[in-house]
Ligand binder design. Structure first.
Ligand SMILES: *Cc1c(COP(=O)(O)O)cnc(C)c1O
Length: 381
């Protein structure tokens, strides 16, 4: 969507924070407050009707058979890997350009995260996945980074050929699609996070798992709540990894407005594309209409930039907050986690250029125009 004239004009000095946490409570505030009030008055704190309603609505939104609220988007992956009996001696293949949580879910079970390269769109490279497969590979974990879905045709074909289950880390990609199918719905299970800064964010930690598989659904049901079955009997060892009912109510209220949220984020991406697409010093994420196979929801607007650190400082001086995802370190680059021998030159080169521009629901068109103006000015345009 093109910028309005008033957006272009009103670009005097302002503050554009990278993320506006208090805005989370303002957004759909009346709906959210009514639902919270109801939960609090009833003292309905754990596994009450709001949780079941949110699970039902989330499953309907994604067109899956089952959705389960869990405590966060890290436990969720751990739960699925446990169900798959991943343990010592096993390998789990995933991109290195991900949050530590993806790798931790495997490492905490004694398995080895096998970290691989990403492609030009910052998603895991399917060829790199296939090259990394060994007889020890027990799971493939694509990560739908920044709200874009990986090439799931290629990844599912590789998984099928080698008969390995796929667990999707869709923490950043609720509503994102590849060829019309939602991120998180391709593999044996999909994992979501509702950390406040996620596109669907709650007031604390929260997460969900989705699956179409009856057996996996049963395992998740047991493992997230102490191994307790439908009759209240403990039938296996499990975790305490429930979604708080208060947050289930918040999420259920916000989910109703989610289509507007996706639309707005895609509008902001289009404004950045229009304003910055010509700059040869930058590589932008694919635009919202760049490829009919992808429907991206822009959890993040992660660019690659020449003189990245100078740009970041220049923008900060103009009152614009930016962030380098994961502290500028792909997982294999953290020292002391056992990856010191791993070399991923493509990921390393990209990581030195990554920068995330503000992308959130509190941004006005004028804010976006202000960011565009100053990025352009930095490069002398
Ligand atoms: C946020 C995130 C997670 C972890 O989610 P939590 O709810 O914070 O545990 C995992 N993977 C990716 C890619 C994420 O962005």
């Amino acid at each position: 969507m093109p910028m309005t004239e008033s957006a272009r004009e009103s670009i005097s000095k302002r503050s554009v924070p990278f993320f506006n946490y208090p805005y989370l409570y303002q957004q759909n505030g009346d709906d959210v407050r009514a639902r919270m009030e109801d939960v609090l008055k009833r003292g309905a704190f754990i596994h009450q009707k709001e949780n079941w309603e949110f699970e039902k609505n989330l499953a309907a939104f994604l067109g899956v058979k089952y959705a389960f609220g869990v405590a966060n988007g890290t436990d969720s992956m751990n739960i699925v890997l446990r169900a798959l009996k991943v343990g010592p001696g096993d390998e789990v293949v995933m991109p290195s350009h991900t949050y530590i949580a993806t790798a931790a879910a495997a490492a905490l079970l004694g398995a080895t995260p096998v970290l691989v390269e990403c492609g030009p769109d910052h998603m895991v490279d399917p060829d790199a996945i296939e090259k990394a497969i060994t007889p020890k590979t027990k799971c493939i974990m694509p990560v739908h980074v920044n709200g874009r879905t990986c090439d799931m045709d290629r990844i599912m074909a590789i998984a099928k050929k080698h008969n390995i289950p796929v667990l999707e880390d869709a923490a950043q990609a609720l509503g994102s699609k590849f060829k019309g199918k939602f991120a998180g719905t391709f593999g044996i299970a999909g994992s979501f996070s509702f950390y406040p800064a996620k596109v669907l964010g709650c007031f604390g930690d929260g997460g969900a798992l989705v699956t179409n598989d009856d057996w996996m659904a049963e395992q998740i049901f047991l493992l997230r709540d102490h191994g307790r079955n439908k009759d209240g009997v403990m039938v296996t060892w499990g975790l305490n990894s429930r979604l708080d009912n208060l947050n289930a109510a918040v999420l259920d209220a916000k989910l109703k407005h989610y289509p507007e949220v996706m639309k707005r984020r895609r509008e902001i991406a289009a404004m950045y594309q229009e304003g910055l697409g010509q700059l040869k010093e930058l590589t932008l994420p694919p635009g919202p209409n760049a490829d009919p196979n992808h429907y991206d929801i822009y959890q993040n607007y992660e660019i690659e930039a020449d003189r990245r650190d100078e740009l970041k400082k220049y923008l900060a001086d103009q009152g614009i907050g930016t962030l380098i995802q994961w502290g500028g370190s792909a997982v294999h680059m953290f020292k002391g986690l056992g990856f010191d021998h791993v070399r991923l030159p493509i990921t390393e080169r990209m990581t030195a250029r990554f920068l995330m521009l503000p992308m959130n629901m509190a941004l006005t068109d004028e804010d976006v125009a202000y960011v565009v103006k100053h990025v352009r000015a930095f490069y002398g345009h």
